[in-house]
Design a protein around this ligand. Structure first.
Ligand code: WTA
Length: 682
């Protein structure tokens, strides 16, 4: 609070009990540490680094960087000269130095209630060592890229940490993405190996992952990119039933039952009419996870890596439509995720922590795998859906594992709000201490519901602003708000959210395209990292993210670019032109509203609309399925031919006040577009 101002009535305070045990117990304490983190980063992060194992110590500055394109190449280097291994720090250090071998690393909760598994730090280390040896046996070496396309299972964590152990670079592709998207990401990152699973259930729906993965590899091949190996985990299938759907091919060489599922469960699934998928199998390419693991040694010396060696690539949407392979490096990311996890969630050793994000997103990378494991924490890893088998599922899981720190997305909260308080009240939730939200701006109604109904006004809510590209504004992070003329605004203001200096966990480059990295984040306002978000600072100095101000959409917390959806639409021969905008949606935050202009002579029919919808799903994935498609014989354009998206946004949300349209070439199209509006529910 600003000194001398009257206290705000809408400010809520954490309980004395929580404050007593908190790592950062007061606002004063926070401010002191914050100043230290930005003024003496060497000292601040040096203290953090003491908890970790370094094979060799760093020399020189803790952070060295250039954030100003006018002065040369943009770079960030953290702890140059140090060598370490992040997997060693997450597992070996916890098992051997900290004696946490018997501590549960993950409680895995499957899609079906009753499907569960527990893995301790010792067991995780053993599996990771074995799988590291498997990777080596498949020819994977330090620096090689490995593509991972898996459901939310413990083996996904095993696969990523095994890559990290041998210095390979993982590129995890969210299992909701299509074959086309997977193919594009495999090609861009030049992966030599793909790791996948037979399939999984999302609620009632079977996702035949191996079939999609094979399609992706075929598409790669069509583009002359050959990925020679695919390791498949049997998550759903048990030993006998893999009959191939490809004529003449063989089943996986399975001699043992799949550890993912006991026989009775399997039988039950078949009774419920939920068969396991038929798995296509090509013995030239495919290898079985379980067979390889059986023969692998549990001893694997970590590969000692440089601080700035790559750790992973994670793709995020880019405004040109081509996804960007965001690259993170080892030491800075390790310290940053470990510290944000510990301090934002106020982690203590008796906590049970649950982040509901998918590991395929940056939140999952940082707050299911790296941050919690670096702290020796116990987490829940959930495969299923918040609404399956019923809308109490989340709270049942909270009670079952006595979750104390719970982290989810506004879209999930809005979804559950629709069902009222009863499904929440059915469960006790007495273990909850801190709640978190991430991924998109949270609207006040959702915040209030989360706070009052879920947390019963006991639990503070931490909101972490997060990007695949950056991490949350935290110790070491210096935000500013700029206006269009790149002037820093003071006091209460609204404008572009930028960062003035790097922090250890900031992205380092776009894989294979450093120039795009500089253009996207540093060109608009030289000297600053530009997030692409709008932001408002209130009179107390709090930052409120107002949402994207570039051509990006945030649908259920997933960032999409209008350009990538448009290009998926125009690939259809019936479509001459497409323009996609976001329109407010009560649950998803934003929904996709697509305007399409058809090729001359083609009629707009329901069948065509269904085809277009399917086409976008196939090109990108289900998250990008258009909510509305409107036939638009004409689009509002300027005289120079630029589509006026601002006007389309208004049409999509049925706002008649269009503002200044004097640059419009043909104003007659506007009335026609309003008449043909598709979305009536606004
Ligand atoms: C948005 C998602 C408001 C923001 C985890 C950012 C948020 C984009 C918040 C990154 C938040 C994320 N409040 N907006 N707490 N967290 N965003 O890379 O627009 O998929 O730029 O990572 O999500 O999306 P990404």
């Amino acid at each position: 609070m600003i000194p001398g101002e009257a206290p705000r009535e809408d400010v809520l305070h954490a309980s004395e009990d929580l404050k007593k045990e908190a790592h950062i117990s007061s606002f004063e304490n926070f401010k002191e540490l914050y100043v230290k983190s930005v003024e003496s980063p060497d000292e601040f992060w040096g203290d953090v680094a003491k908890d970790f194992f370094w094979k060799t110590k760093h020399t020189g500055l803790f952070l060295d960087y250039n954030f100003d394109v006018t002065k040369g190449k943009i770079f960030v280097k953290c702890m140059e000269g140090a060598t370490t291994n992040i997997c060693y720090n997450l597992l070996d250090r916890n098992v051997y130095e900290r004696q946490l071998g018997d501590r549960v690393a993950f409680y895995w909760e499957g899609n079906e209630p009753g499907d569960e598994k527990t893995v301790t730090y010792r067991e995780l280390l053993e599996q990771v060592c074995k799988f590291s040896n498997v990777l080596k046996s498949q020819g994977v070496k330090k620096g090689d890229r490995v593509s991972i396309y898996m459901p939310m299972v413990i083996e996904l964590v095993v696969a990523m940490l095994a890559c990290a152990r041998i210095g390979a670079v993982h590129s995890i592709v969210f299992a909701g993405f299509s074959a086309e998207s997977l193919c594009e990401r495999i090609i861009d990152s030049q992966c030599s190996l793909l790791i996948t699973a037979d399939g999984f259930y999302r609620g009632d729906k079977l996702i035949s992952l191996k079939v999609i993965a094979d399609e992706a590899l075929q598409k790669c091949q069509d583009k002359s990119v050959v990925v020679g190996r695919c390791i498949m985990l049997k998550h759903l299938s048990k030993e006998e039933e893999e009959a191939s759907s490809r004529p003449g091919s063989l089943s996986p060489p399975a001699k043992r039952s799949c550890p993912g599922l006991q026989q009775e469960k399997q039988a039950e699934r078949v009774r419920k009419g939920r068969p396991v998928p038929k798995v296509p199998w090509d013995p030239e390419v495919d290898v079985c996870w379980h067979t390889l693991m059986e023969n692998a040694s549990a001893e694997c010396e970590p590969v000692w890596c440089e601080s700035e060696d790559p750790l992973f690539i994670l793709y995020t949407s880019g405004s040109t439509g081509k996804p960007k392979g965001v690259l993170h490096t080892i030491s800075g990311y390790m310290l940053y995720t470990a510290t944000t996890f510990k301090l934002v969630f106020d982690y203590h050793p008796d906590d049970v922590y649950w982040c509901t994000a998918d590991i395929g997103w940056i939140t999952g990378h940082s707050y299911i795998t790296y941050g919690p494991l670096a702290n020796g924490a116990t987490s829940v890893l959930f495969e299923g859906l918040p609404t399956y088998p019923d809308v109490s599922r989340m709270w049942q899981i909270v009670d079952k594992y006595k979750v104390s720190k719970f982290y989810t997305a506004p879209t999930a909260i809005r979804l559950l709000m629709k069902y009222g308080t009863e499904p929440v009240h059915k469960c006790k939730r007495s273990s909850l201490k801190v709640l978190g939200t991430v991924g998109e701006p949270i609207n006040p109604e959702a915040w209030q519901w989360y706070y009052s109904v879920v947390g019963e006004k006991r639990c503070p809510i931490v909101d972490t602003f997060w990007q695949t590209e950056t991490t949350l504004p935290f110790f070491g992070v210096v935000p500013a708000i700029l206006n269009e003329s790149s002037e820093e605004l003071e006091g209460p203001s609204e404008g572009y959210l930028v960062f003035k200096q790097p922090w250890p966990g900031v992205m380092r480059t776009i894989y294979g395209n450093h120039e795009r990295f500089e253009t996207t984040y540093f060109k608009k306002f030289p000297g600053y990292y530009v997030t692409g978000d709008g932001c408002r600072r209130d009179k107390d100095g709090y930052y409120w993210i107002t949402g994207r101000i570039d051509d990006m959409l945030n649908v259920s917390g997933h960032l999409l670019s209008t350009a990538e959806v448009e290009s998926a639409l125009v690939e259809h021969e019936a479509v001459a032109e497409a323009a996609v905008v976001g329109t407010p949606h009560p649950v998803k935050g934003e929904s996709l509203y697509c305007f399409v202009t058809l090729t001359d002579g083609i009629n707009y029919t329901a069948a065509l609309e269904a085809q277009l919808r399917r086409q976008v799903r196939e090109k990108i994935g289900a998250i990008a399925t258009p909510d509305y498609i409107q036939n638009a014989p004409g689009l509002p354009k300027t005289r120079s031919g630029k589509i006026m998206r601002r006007v389309l946004r208004k049409i999509a949300s049925n706002e008649r006040d269009l503002g200044d349209v004097s640059t419009l070439a043909d104003s007659a199209v506007i009335e026609q577009l309003f008449e043909n509006r598709r979305c009536t529910a606004m």
